[in-house]
Design a protein around this ligand. Structure first.
Ligand SMILES: *Cc1c(COP(=O)(O)O)cnc(C)c1O
Length: 422
């Protein structure tokens, strides 16, 4: 199946007389004829559902669609992108372990790793994704358990060299985790470049309509946990909380990661996506392959307009020829990158504030990456506690405007920007 077909058909095939649409199984619990039947589920001897805190059939159908789109072997939905990234790391790294991470990741993920997960005793080394080979090599420690990066960083728009980081991770016997939120599997499939685990904030393009917060984790099924058994005892030694099952033995390379993540982390943290939200997510997925090319086409036209405008000081868009990451984007995403652009207006912070006041089509919102064009001035919103010096040090200057180009007619978007620039 091609990706367009998977968007519509993967994950659920109705049998004779069944609903054409994915059914919403709005139920906390599932009934069994005997307690022996149910016991087999608790022992992971049979697969099935017993309680929606761990698993739900609607979620699994939608997860199967995303797994097919990414070309993975197993997948699960989570309540948010934050939960997906937390689980993806915590499933293999615990107190005393270490993770190598690109420094340009999404601010929410940076906080999760650098503040909250540090409190859990996990150490992180943040490195420039364009660092030298020597710096990359020096970032690894004997207790390193994973490498983490974003295909296209939000909001820095840095394109991650997936192949390079996958090679470095594998040379150290650890998997590469890639947050593929901005590119989506329509524009990039990280598994094809050596990534081992892919995560998503489905809140963005996958849902695509501002309707539901959600996340997903997909396993590429190629990382051999048993070959590095000493590094990943959670997968390669018996789990006492599941009657001594060894995940990597029982579920193999294709299933161990997601089974453990469901059986332990979802059981204990309960960060499950509501089945109703999974239904909304599926509606978004059905048109993802049609929407992404239009986001990219609109964004490129907007980027070209801004680049040539006399009041624009600078612009970053990896799909724009001449951009620092254009060549790398062509390698990993030849059909398009995403709809998000960053730029600065001559006159800095004051000019940015004035510009924002006059926008009508582009709505001010902290959100990005969906059908509605939206815009944010971080210095005045998400980053407003910081001084100009701190903003510059963090790579989000006082003049930076983040524009997420939606699916409206691009002429209306450009006309709006033009009148607001004055
Ligand atoms: C938004 C976002 C997240 C967090 O996702 P939520 O669904 O908001 O929890 C993680 N990674 C990236 C790249 C994002 O853009």
């Amino acid at each position: 199946m091609e990706r367009e077909t998977m968007c519509i058909q993967a994950g659920y095939t109705p049998k004779n007389g069944e609903s054409r649409m994915i059914p919403i199984i709005q139920s906390t619990t599932f009934k069994y004829d005997t307690s022996e039947d149910m016991g087999k589920l608790f022992d992971l001897e049979a697969s099935g559902y017993f309680y929606t805190r761990l698993q739900n059939p609607t979620n699994d159908m939608v997860a199967a669609k995303i797994t097919a789109l990414e070309g993975g072997t197993a997948g699960m939905l989570t309540s948010s992108g934050q939960a997906a990234n937390f689980f993806s790391v915590f499933n293999i790294a615990t107190c005393g372990d270490h993770v190598v991470c690109a420094s340009t990741i999404y601010g929410g993920t940076f906080n999760l790793f650098n503040v909250t997960m540090r409190k859990m005793g996990i150490d992180f080394t943040f490195i420039d994704p364009d660092c030298s080979d020597e710096e990359l090599e020096n970032a690894f420690k004997p207790n390193t358990k994973a490498v983490f990066g974003e295909t296209i960083a939000n909001p820095a728009l840095v394109v991650f060299d997936i192949e390079r980081f996958a090679k470095a991770a594998h040379a150290h016997g650890v998997p590469l985790i890639v947050d593929n939120t901005f590119a989506t599997p329509i524009n990039c499939r990280p598994f094809e470049w050596g990534a081992d685990i892919v995560t998503h904030s489905t809140t963005k393009y996958m849902d695509g309509h501002d309707a539901a917060v959600g996340g997903a984790i997909i396993d590429g099924g190629k990382f051999d946990w048993m070959a590095h058994a000493d590094k990943f005892p959670g997968l390669t030694t018996p789990d006492d909380s599941y009657h001594g099952i060894t995940y990597a033995e029982k579920f193999g390379m294709g299933g161990a990661f997601i089974t453990k993540c469901t059986a332990q982390l979802m059981r204990d943290f309960g960060s499950i996506q509501a089945p109703m939200n999974a239904f909304f997510l599926n509606l978004g997925l059905e048109s993802l392959a049609v929407r992404m090319p239009r986001h990219c086409e609109n964004a490129l036209k907007v980027a070209q307009f801004l680049k040539d405008h006399e009041k624009i000081a600078w612009i970053t868009y990896p799909g724009l020829p001449g951009d620092k990451y254009y060549e790398r984007a062509q390698k990993y995403m030849p059909n398009g990158t995403c709809g998000v652009i960053s730029f600065g207006i001559k006159g800095g912070r004051a000019a940015a504030e004035e510009f924002m006041k006059h926008l009508k089509v582009a709505m001010i919102a902290t959100h990005v990456a969906d059908a509605h064009t939206c815009v944010l001035h971080p210095a005045n919103s998400t980053h407003r506690q910081l001084t100009d010096e701190e903003l510059i040090a963090g790579g989000v200057g006082p003049d930076l405007i983040r524009l997420s180009v939606g699916l409206e007619n691009v002429n209306d978007i450009i006309a709006d920007l033009e009148q607001a620039l004055g």
